[in-house]
Design a protein around this ligand. Structure first.
Ligand code: E4P
Length: 226
């Protein structure tokens, strides 16, 4: 299972890539806002970071960039998606899973522009992404769990449907909030998880690891000759 970082902050992307080798990045309008940069500046900086790290190529290090969420027609979405995708070969265009979004994503995929169908909250939405051959589909876990819904059974169903139907679209378990969800998605055979830096860093920690370090430090300090 691959790890994507959910962020548009260059320092976070650089840290996660260098410390534990993330496999790609996902952004959304919230992450762009949190970067403190204008949209075009934020995505151009990411494109330049890709070059500096010799990661050119969508299969090497895909970066999902979301279109202006105010766009309502497939024609408007397609126009902007083409402009964004022309900026960097690693860019995958995130498009919301609604009627115009699916229509736009289908046409873009037919024209070679790769898409990530996002804001997915049900298996029937995810099926559409598979049917139109989107590169990625992004079911959001955290948002569903916040509203009291179970995401394990939901993702199990989704992964099974994709296997059964042979869809090539890769599933990104998105808005992942903790280590349990990361492990659950790995167990279910999900292709990718995307989470923020703090989620990954918390998932590497365990109180017993610190306790064990204390025990071993004590032993080290009481070892003859130390
Ligand atoms: C993923 O592609 C989304 O950008 C992301 O996971 C959305 O969730 P969040 O911004 O609430 O973490």
């Amino acid at each position: 299972m691959r790890f994507f970082l959910d962020s548009a902050k260059l320092d976070e992307i650089d840290k996660a890539y260098k410390c534990y080798g993330i496999d790609g990045v996902t952004t959304n309008p919230k992450h762009i806002m949190n970067s403190g940069k204008e949209f075009m500046v934020a995505i151009t900086d990411i494109a330049n970071w890709i070059k500096d790290n010799h990661l050119e190529g969508m299969d090497k290090f895909p970066v999902s960039v979301e279109i202006n969420p105010h766009l309502e027609t497939a024609e408007e979405i397609i126009q902007q998606a083409k402009k964004i995708s022309a900026l960097c070969e690693n860019f995958v265009i995130k498009i919301p899973c609604n009627l115009e979004g699916v229509k736009a994503a289908k046409l873009l995929e037919e024209q070679g522009v790769r898409t990530n169908v996002t804001l997915v909250f049900s298996p029937s939405q995810a099926i559409q992404a598979g049917r139109i051959h989107a590169k990625f589909v992004s079911p959001f876990l955290g948002w569903k769990e916040n509203s009291g819904e179970d995401t394990y059974a939901y993702m199990a169903q989704l992964v099974n449907i994709y296997k059964e139907k042979g869809y090539e679209t890769e599933i990104i378990a998105a808005a992942v909030r903790n280590g349990k969800q990361i492990a659950d998605m790995a167990e279910l055979g999900c292709d990718i998880v995307t989470a923020g830096l703090s989620v990954y860093e918390e998932s590497f920690k365990h109180p017993f690891t610190n306790y064990g370090l204390g025990v071993f430090c004590d032993a080290w300090d009481h070892t003859k000759g130390n």
